[in-house]
Structure formats: C-alpha cells, structure tokens
Design a protein around this ligand. Structure first.
Ligand code: ITT
Length: 201
C-alpha cells in the first residue's frame, strides 16, 4: 500500500519508514510540507487534521503521526504541545541551539529537584482517505533522566529512560527504539488494521 507521510519532521519520517517498509507499506515523503494548524487538544484530533490536509492536497491516502511526551508532574504539558513546549508562555520560554534542545532544557529546569519523574510517550498514527480514517495508538512508559545522554533519535530521546532500562532512548540503536517505542507499537497495530480492512479505505 502506498501512503504519503503527513509530516514535516524528517526524523519522524525516517522512523515511520523504518518501521513500515518491512511490513509492506511504501511511505512517500510529501512533495512539499503543509502548514497545518494543530489546534486540537487530543493526539487523535491533531493526527486527523494533518492526515486529512495531506490526503486532500496530494490525492493519496495520507499517514499522520501525532505524538508527544506526557509528564505526570506537569500534566497536561508538554503533551500535545511537545513540539513547541519551549516557546509556550507556560513554564517560561526557553532558548537553545534547536527546538529539541530548548525543549529538553525547559523540561529539565521544570523538573529540577523533583523526585517524581514518571512520564510516557503517546503516538496516534492515523491514515485518512476520502472521508474515512483508520487509527491506532501506542504508549511507552518510563521516566525523565536528570541530564541528557546519547545522540540517537530526536526530540526528548536524550532524557527519556524506558521502564526496566538504564539507558535513554538516545543511547539505543534504531532497532531497539522501534521495538519498544510508542511509534513502533502504534504503527504495527495500524498496519495490522489496514491489512485487515484492505479495500475499505
Ligand atoms: P509533524 O507534526 O509535522 O509530524 P512535529 O515534530 O511537529 O512534526 P508533533 O506535532 O506530533 O510532530 O510533535 C511531536 C513532538 O513530540 C516532537 O517534535 C518531539 O518533541 C516529541 N516526540 C514525539 N515522538 C518522539 C520520540 O519518539 N522521541 C522523542 N521525542 C518525541
């Protein structure tokens, strides 16, 4: 099945293709990225907006991934605001050499001296085509480290330690991350659903 990726994040696209290619899906990069206002309060709502916009612009079933980090002590932040957390007034704006670095700096500042560091990643993966949508969610539970470690991955990976692990996601190989990540779980479930309802989209 051929899908156009409804994302402007190249690292996310790389992970999506890595996970879905072996399952028989061809995920094309979008011919151009679209400015989609992510104004919903749920991961599903924002995934739906993105997939619909890309499907309508490019005339192919579109796959969106709306994801983020939920931190127990800071709920509902970063949450659906994970990508732009550093520039929210809430918690004070943060500077960095990149949005990822600024997000991590702000998170560590807000959790300074906090013992309860429980957090989880959420991913809602959704395919939209001609008014119909199929979606699946995946979760990864863990905690926020006291300092960044590792260089792999993107976003909050350098400070996220999955349950029963001592390393951050950024210290793992891509294959290790995909096997346990929120994205891996959501996309494998979605692939299963799409195969089951082949022709329905
Ligand atoms: P698109 O909307 O264009 O796909 P985006 O990066 O803005 O790109 P989201 O709105 O879904 O995507 O925000 C997701 C943010 O959550 C992302 O920018 C990271 O900060 C964080 N995030 C999601 N998955 C992650 C992962 O696997 N590792 C680390 N951080 C992640």
């Amino acid at each position: 099945m051929k899908l156009v990726a409804a994302t402007s994040n190249p690292k996310k696209l790389e992970e999506i293709r890595r996970i879905l290619s072996p399952l028989g899906f061809e995920v094309l990069p979008p011919p151009r990225t679209l400015e989609v206002k992510e104004e919903e309060r749920t991961f599903y709502g924002n995934a739906y907006l993105k997939a619909k916009a890309y499907a309508e612009a490019f005339g192919l079933p579109a796959l969106a991934d709306d994801s983020g980090l939920v931190v127990e002590k800071l709920k509902p932040y970063p949450g659906v605001y994970s990508a732009r957390f550093y520039r929210l007034e809430w918690g004070g704006r943060e500077e960095g050499s990149s949005p990822d670095e600024a997000n991590v700096k702000k998170l560590l500042r807000l959790l300074k001296d906090e013992k309860d560091r429980r957090a989880y990643f959420v991913c809602c993966a959704l395919v939209y085509y001609e008014g119909k949508a199929v979606s699946a969610e995946g979760y990864l539970y863990g905690s926020i480290a006291y300092e960044p470690k590792g260089t792999a991955g993107f976003g909050y990976d350098p400070v996220f330690v999955p349950e029963n692990e001592t390393r951050t996601l950024a210290q793992m190989t891509p294959q290790e991350k995909d096997a346990l990540s929120h994205r891996g779980k959501a996309l494998r479930k979605l692939a299963e659903l799409l195969k089951r309802c082949e022709g329905a989209l």
